[in-house]
Design a protein around this ligand. Structure first.
Ligand code: PLP
Length: 285
């Protein structure tokens, strides 16, 4: 399995970094996951734009233009043993001689990437056999969830608690009642033919898939999509609920806590939207 580390391609199991890397010591870094189908990255420029934004957000000066990142992503997708893969790209602040919270400008950021297999894209013809079950939890993460940082312990624990209780993912809400996202996905719900998703702010990730779903619907359908604040009750009372992420695309949900969503079946709007998404997802840079 091929990986990329600091300017070189090498077998993944030969890639090594120092334990003094701030990514290891502090989770001081950012990452991206770019989905590639038939070895072609989806919405590549949007992923690179978000990567560059996240580097600036935490003050890492990697000193590379978009074509550097695009080259790594395209190479790993081309060389992937599977035609459907995700490229994981991780940039930490680098390795310092001493462990100290604050950092100086002189560090050389560590760049690491590799590809991994993802499922074939879902569609109305290739639908999951079952919907997912979500466990609602108060969102205990920090207040910069809009930045895709590698310090994911909050997300890890939310996801683990959900799975330990027999659920597939967590559905997170702030003390205000606002639903933010799931621990590794954005969320949508459908009521009376209208699609809703939480409005973007600092408490959730601006998912690339979320944005693509919204753009495909606005450009290629007359279905209304609204970005607004939503509470747990909106999701419990919805006709359909979905998760979105680069690796899952759109995944239907049929249970939240003990409550069955809609009639408990994967819904007709999911089938319609996933087919629109598959038809048009390559059109967006
Ligand atoms: N929210 C969180 C917390 C995530 O980790 C992810 C990514 O997997 C998403 C949302 C979805 O983002 P994207 O569609 O860019 O993969």
């Amino acid at each position: 399995e091929l990986a990329y580390l600091n300017g070189h391609y090498l077998p993944k199991n030969e890639a090594q970094i120092s334990p003094m890397d701030r990514g290891f010591l502090f989770g001081d870094g950012i990452y991206e996951v770019i989905p590639c189908h038939n070895r072609k990255p989806i919405a590549l420029q949007r992923h690179i734009d978000r990567l560059q934004r996240n580097l600036s957000a935490i003050g890492i000066k990697a000193g590379h233009d978009d074509s550097h990142w695009a080259g790594i992503i395209r190479t790993l997708a081309q060389e992937s043993p599977t035609e459907h893969c995700g490229v994981y790209l991780h940039i930490s602040r680098g390795t310092a001689a001493k462990r100290h919270h604050t950092y100086s400008d002189g560090l050389s950021p560590t760049q690491f990437a590799y590809s991994f297999q993802i499922p074939a894209p879902p569609s109305s013809a290739n639908r999951p056999s079952m919907g997912l079950k979500l466990k609602s939890q108060e969102d205990l993460r920090w207040l910069h969830c809009d930045v895709k940082v590698t310090a994911l312990l909050g997300n890890v624990l939310h996801y683990q608690y959900a799975v330990d209780e027999g659920f597939d993912e967590a559905l997170l809400y702030r003390p205000s009642g606002k639903i933010t996202e799931a621990s590794a996905s954005n969320v949508f719900c459908v009521k009376n033919g209208v699609i809703f998703t939480p409005a973007l702010d600092n408490t959730l990730l601006p998912g690339i898939t979320r944005g693509l779903v919204i753009d495909v619907l606005r450009d290629h359908s007359k279905i209304t999509v609204l970005e607004q604040d939503l509470g747990l009750q909106d999701f419990l009372d919805a006709d359909e609920v979905w998760l979105s992420s680069s690796t899952r695309e759109l995944a239907p949900v049929t249970q939240i806590d003990e409550r069955v969503i809609g009639n408990g079946e994967i819904g007709p709007m999911w089938a319609r939207v996933i087919d629109l998404f598959q038809r048009h997802k390559y059109e967006y840079a």
